[in-house]
Design a protein around this ligand. Structure first.
Ligand code: 13P
Length: 331
């Protein structure tokens, strides 16, 4: 059984990942965003979070390189200073609005240190409301670590991702399926490849079981890299190993793959993405769904000051252009 809906999910997934454009992940939870603002010297509040996300979304010409913006529930319901709601303004600016719908993680029973992502309770009602308010796509993030990823953890998280993806498609929303193997730590490239392969195998088995239309999803995986505390390898090696893992696990029917940046510096992830796009005959679009690699410079530049908005937007746009160039954008 394949899920069918009036929305052309494949067309939206295509729009999100083709032409070298990618996604801007601006969906940090209230506590995480507040912490990042405070670290940048900005007093955290709902208004500060709104002003910061407004700065990102309204960067002039953002849509040339960014196809969609991922928002959290707070921002999704907020208005810009001109009175427009964020999803409405995004559509008008040529950027598809997306919404993070998982509700975070809990400890995975029986596996010390492992996490299970929650959020299926009430998901149908929330998706209905988000769809009515303009959401084109959604996101759910499973948080995995090389040390604690065992089959039980992979299967539990994969089953939740598949249930979420099926629910999204029933509501005409493209699911961004994000199984993130964290880059934090001192593991090596082989450990990262093993863990990434294990979770992707589990995810595609569960998506198949749930009847999810693979042409109407976007996969958001990590690049396969050594841990952030380990000796790094060349962008070419990251691309080769990442591609091998993806080819072994991701069906060609998937429309697009949009990588997270995982705490790696901008130049490292964009160089790896550029190498990935040099590989011929990849069956999927390969692009970005970066958070920190796009926004860190803008946040540091802004400092909460209206006088710095233009400079912060320039810093964001420079990183977006670099990422989109790596994804094959002629912009
Ligand atoms: P980073 O690119 O900063 O890893 O964030 C992407 C994201 O959406 C994580 O869920």
């Amino acid at each position: 059984m394949t899920i069918s809906t009036a929305t052309d999910l494949h067309a939206v997934a295509e729009q999100m990942t083709s032409g070298g454009r990618g996604l801007l992940a601006a969906d940090e939870s209230i506590p995480t965003m507040s912490q990042r603002l405070e670290a940048a010297g900005v007093t955290a509040s709902d208004i500060a979070r709104r002003d910061y996300r407004q700065l990102l979304l309204t960067a002039p010409g953002l849509a040339a390189t960014v196809s969609g913006i991922i928002l959290c529930d707070e921002t999704f319901g907020q208005s810009l200073t001109d009175g427009r709601r964020f999803p409405e303004a995004a559509h008008e600016l040529g950027v598809l609005p997306g919404i993070k719908v998982d509700t975070g993680t809990v400890a995975c029973p029986g596996v010390d240190g492992a996490l299970l992502t929650q959020g299926l309770d009430g998901l149908d009602e929330r998706l209905e409301s988000y769809a009515a308010r303009g959401a084109a796509f959604a996101k759910w993030r499973a948080v995995l670590s090389v040390e604690t990823l065992v089959p039980q953890v992979a299967e539990g998280n994969a089953a939740a991702l598949a249930a979420y993806a099926a629910a999204c498609q029933r509501h005409g929303i493209v699911p961004v399926v994000e199984p993130e193997v964290l880059a934090a730590g001192s593991h090596d490239l082989v450990d990262s490849a093993r863990a990434t392969r294990m979770i992707l195998e589990a995810v595609f088995a569960e998506l198949d079981r749930a009847g999810v239309d693979l042409s109407g999803i976007v996969l958001k995986p990590n690049l396969v890299t050594p841990g952030l505390d380990s000796q790094q390898v060349s962008p070419r090696t990251i691309a080769t190993v990442t591609y091998d893992v993806l080819r072994a696990t991701v069906p060609a029917a998937v429309t697009g793959i949009a990588f997270l940046s995982g705490g790696h510096p901008t130049h490292r992830v964009t160089a790896a993405l550029a190498e990935l796009n040099r590989i011929e005959d990849a069956p999927w679009h390969l692009t970005f769904s970066f958070g920190r690699a796009l926004v860190n410079d803008a946040l540091a530049t802004w400092e909460g000051s209206p006088a710095h908005v233009t400079a912060a937007q320039r810093a964001l746009l420079a990183n977006c252009r670099e990422a989109a160039g790596a994804a094959g954008c002629g912009c």
